[in-house]
Design a protein around this ligand. Sequence first.
Ligand SMILES: [Zn+2]
Length: 159
Amino acid sequence: MIQGDPVPDMMKTEQHTDTPRPTDPAAAPLDGPVHTSAEPQDTRDAWPAIRKGFRRRCPNCGTGHILRSYLKLRDHCPVCREELFHARADDGPAYLTILFVGHLMAPALHIAFVTWRPEPLTLITIFSIGCIGLSLYLLPRLKGAIVGFQWARRMHGFS
Ligand SMILES: [Zn+2]
């Protein structure tokens, strides 16, 4: 407390009672009033939203394109105006892409080598193209799927 401050600490804490609930839980004061869950929200099924997102469509309406370029997410759905800027996919799409491509291509590489014994240059050429192509195919789709999941779970401000 600053010397000479006319407002005692006890009265300062009273000011928090009528403040609106912050959207970021970490920003809420630790000694503030306890907020129980507000009005009940309808539940959203995650899998339909993930499927719509995988098709790079809006998880709400399933029609509007959610990406405006290869990986850039639109702020709003162009059809139903659903807010999409809450999404925080971060490294998730890249992680899932590596996970899927690696687990598909590693056994395929083994099977192809054991079965056909191709020339090393032939093998690396085919599998390089396969890995790059599959990664480029999956990356925006998995980003859409993650956005759909976050929308269904009302994460990061999705309401
Ligand atoms: Zn939409």
